[in-house]
Design a binder for this molecule. Structure first.
Ligand SMILES: Cc1ncc(C[n+]2csc(CCOP(=O)(O)OP(=O)(O)O)c2C)c(N)n1
Ligand SMILES: [Mg+2]
Length: 380
């Protein structure tokens, strides 16, 4: 899988960038940038063999489409007051799809909160994700996935956990890999630097994937760091770092797959910066029009990762309008069915917000639990 070579842009090349600003950072100081398809689905380098066959491409497309349809429904449910806050993955589906399709069953995923595509690929259900954002802890008690970690909303706090898990895998001599996903904003946190350093010094089987969607709520990538690329942060840790077009699922699948192989074979960690764009608000509790130029967002739609892969498959004659229609209907029905299952799930008792934190609840929290229960009875 290693024949994909970095694409070094010439100074006068202007296309390609999935984001508006730092085109020139792609070719600075030794950080390679990888892309296979341009935004109209045409290869810019010879695609890997697997990417010329129908099944692997359709597998990636399926999970991206499912995620997109799930996402639309989730936002609608929130707007109708049937879901709590929801974090959309609009425009960023390729990252999760590539991760999910690259990992092996025994590997462990540490998601942040936009990696539904990876979670769906690994057996988490749409109903579970809805339950989670609906405030039901059972949404993280995955019925068909007992290895991966739950959604992590505290920024970067899961990255040291991933390093610890990768250390355990190495210590036990297992051929397993931890994959940790987090945002551009998370790379400013101490947790990130500590985990990166530990992974480098101990040569841990750990793949770090930055979903660089150019925004940390209202804080832009430009303000986040003076680093020329976020991948440069790998240099100080002594591990390989690279940028990949985060809207190009083929390049992502290829590079993440290779990083996993390297980690599994004892060659240590990799830092992958996936360059994408947050086409949605930060969450449903945000209104990005307050701080972000709507023109910028409009311009980014040309990089839609689903359209790119679909066009590529159509160019190769591997995908028809009928197949597209059928898959849409199938997933729309699945989304509706999952929504019904979510809405029919009885709410958890008030006590559930205390019950999964500690093996034995500390006294102070026990008092709060009792008070909340009393309150619940009075209201109920
Ligand atoms: C430890 C911590 N500090 C602050 C927050 C509030 N917060 C929620 S999302 C966010 C921005 C994260 O940006 P980024 O890492 O780029 O991820 P994105 O939301 O863009 O995927 C912040 C600061 C938090 N959730 N956790
Ligand atoms: Mg971000």
């Amino acid at each position: 899988m290693s024949h994909l070579k970095p694409r070094i842009l010439k100074p006068d090349q202007e296309e390609v960038a999935p984001q508006t600003e730092p085109v020139k950072t792609y070719r600075v100081r030794g950080i390679p940038y990888f892309q296979v398809l341009n935004n109209v689905g045409q290869p810019v380098v010879e695609p890997p063999d697997w990417a010329q066959r129908k099944n692997p491409l359709v597998a990636l497309y399926k999970v991206m489409l499912k995620t997109r349809l799930f996402d639309q429904k989730s936002v609608a449910l929130q707007r109708r007051g049937q879901l709590g806050t929801y974090a959309s993955s609009l425009g960023q589906e390729a990252i999760g799809a590539a991760i999910g399709c690259s990992m092996q069953t025994d590997d462990v995923l540490f998601p942040a909160y936009r990696e539904y595509a990876a979670q769906f690929s690994r057996g988490v259900s749409m109903t579970e994700i809805l339950l989670y954002w609906g405030g039901n802890e059972q949404g993280m008690n995955f019925q068909h996935q007992d290895k991966d970690f739950p959604i992590c909303v505290p920024i970067a706090s899961h990255i040291p956990h991933a390093a610890g898990t990768a250390y355990a895998m190495k210590y036990r001599g297992q051929r397993r890999v931890a994959v940790c996903v987090f945002g551009d904003g998370a790379t400013s946190k101490g947790d990130f630097y500590e985990a990166l350093n530990a992974a480098g010094s101990m040569e841990l089987p750990l793949v770090f994937v930055i979903n660089n969607n150019q925004w940390a709520i209202s804080f832009s990538r430009k303000h986040q760091s003076k680093a020329l690329t976020l991948a440069h942060k790998s240099v100080a840790a002594g591990i390989p770092g690279e940028q990949v077009d985060g809207n190009d699922v083929i390049a992502l699948r290829q590079r993440i797959g290779l990083a996993l192989e390297n980690a599994r074979d004892g060659r240590g960690p990799t830092l992958i910066e996936a360059l994408t764009y947050r086409l949605c608000d930060h969450t449903t509790a945000d209104n990005a029009d307050r701080y972000r130029d709507s023109e910028e967002v409009k311009n980014q739609w040309v990089n839609d990762p689903l359209v790119r892969l679909r066009k590529h498959m159509q160019i190769l004659g591997l995908w028809s309008d009928q197949e597209e229609k059928d898959l849409n209907s199938r997933y729309l029905a699945e989304v509706e069915q999952s929504t019904r299952a979510y809405l029919q799930t009885p709410p958890q008792p008030v006590s559930s917000m205390f019950d999964y934190l500690y093996e034995r609840l500390p006294d102070a929290l026990n008092e709060q639990r009792n008070a909340a229960m009393d309150q619940g009875h009075q209201n109920g």
